[in-house]
Design a protein around this ligand. Structure first.
Ligand code: ASP
Length: 325
């Protein structure tokens, strides 16, 4: 059983500290002379957010830009063969192909994205180049790969022997449980950061749902679904069943609610409520949102138990269990 899945079992035992992030709705007025004591800060989804945050923090703590921090941060799980849900070593699709989705967005609302990209260990960096060096937002499949190779990325085999073995076992487990989607077969990293100047950026990267149909693309590379940043208001990202996130235009909606004065946690909760409503109250689907407001206040909410996120600021790097239904 991989570390992530073991962790999820263990996480049920860890007491929820959702209270830390405030459960009451507060009216929030966007104030340009806001307190700067909450920055820099970086938050990211799941326990693989802890080492990712540490890398991002090296940049933020030296006065670096949020956009550089969110790229460097998520490259940690992308490059780690033990993380089965992101980048190198990620679980493959039904055809045994590792296809990756990623996106990135900065404080000027510039963004880049790649979907169904094979053979490249760091899709977030390809997305960054789509943003920085092309007039486009999104490249997919073969075209994204050609672009990456042109830019000097190395073509690699991303399916490790360990992942292959686990994938075979996992497929059998999925068959037995007759389960398609659950907490154990998806785990994107989404990262949101605010730098010392108060600028926000975000990134999101994943190998998507385990055993997906070849060509399936989730929410993670879709700006507005898996990630959204509005430097005047805040940023949000998503994890979980991508189709449900896309249907709600999830991350953009969370940011829009924050613009209208809703607390980050309540904004995440509201979109989770909409997911529930769309699915007629079915609580067997995991979707989680994470939000960071312009004043450094953050919040999260998930449909099922088990979602957690990592927060790094100048008080340290900690894992927090998300409130859930
Ligand atoms: N949101 C991702 C997708 O649907 C999965 C995940 O969060 O792990 O592709």
């Amino acid at each position: 059983m991989n570390t992530r899945r073991k962790f999820l079992k263990k996480s049920a035992l860890i007491s929820s500290i959702g209270g830390l992030i405030g459960l009451k709705s507060k009216v929030y007025a966007i104030n340009p002379t806001m307190n700067t004591s909450n920055r820099p800060i970086v938050i990211s989804t799941w326990d693989h957010g802890i080492p990712a945050n540490l890398e991002a923090w090296k940049i933020l703590n030296n006065g670096g830009k949020a956009i550089d921090a969110v790229e460097a941060g998520v490259k940690v799980p992308e490059g780690d063969p033990n993380v089965r849900s992101v980048g190198f070593g990620g679980f493959p699709d039904k055809d045994g192909r590792v296809t990756l989705d990623a996106c990135i967005m900065d404080e000027n609302q510039q963004c880049g994205s790649v979907a169904c990209l094979e053979h490249i260990k760091h899709p977030v960096s390809v997305a960054r180049l789509v943003m920085d060096e092309t007039p486009y937002v999104m490249l997919v499949g073969e075209g994204a790969l050609e672009f990456a190779l042109l830019k000097g990325f190395e073509k690699e085999n991303l399916l490790t022997p360990e992942t292959l073995l686990e994938w075979e076992e996992f497929k059998e487990e999925l068959k037995e449980k007759r389960s398609i989607i659950n907490i154990e077969n998806h785990d994107t990293i989404g990262m949101l950061a605010m730098d010392v100047l108060g600028n926000l950026s975000g990134s999101c990267t994943t190998s998507g749902l385990t055993n997906k149909l070849h060509g399936r693309v989730g929410d993670s590379p879709i700006i507005g679904a898996g990630l959204f940043v509005d430097n005047e208001v805040g940023a949000a990202c998503a994890t979980g069943v991508g189709e449900e996130v896309i249907k709600q235009a999830g991350s953009a909606m969370v940011v829009e609610l924050m613009r209208n004065g809703v607390h980050p946690e309540d904004a995440c909760k509201e979109i989770i409520k909409r997911v529930l409503k769309t699915n007629r109250g079915n609580k067997d689907i995991q979707v989680g949102f994470l939000a960071l407001r312009k004043d450094g206040i953050f919040g999260a909410f998930s449909l099922m138990k088990g979602f957690n996120f990592a927060v790094q600021d100048d008080t340290g790097n900690k894992l927090i269990n998300s409130p859930h239904f």
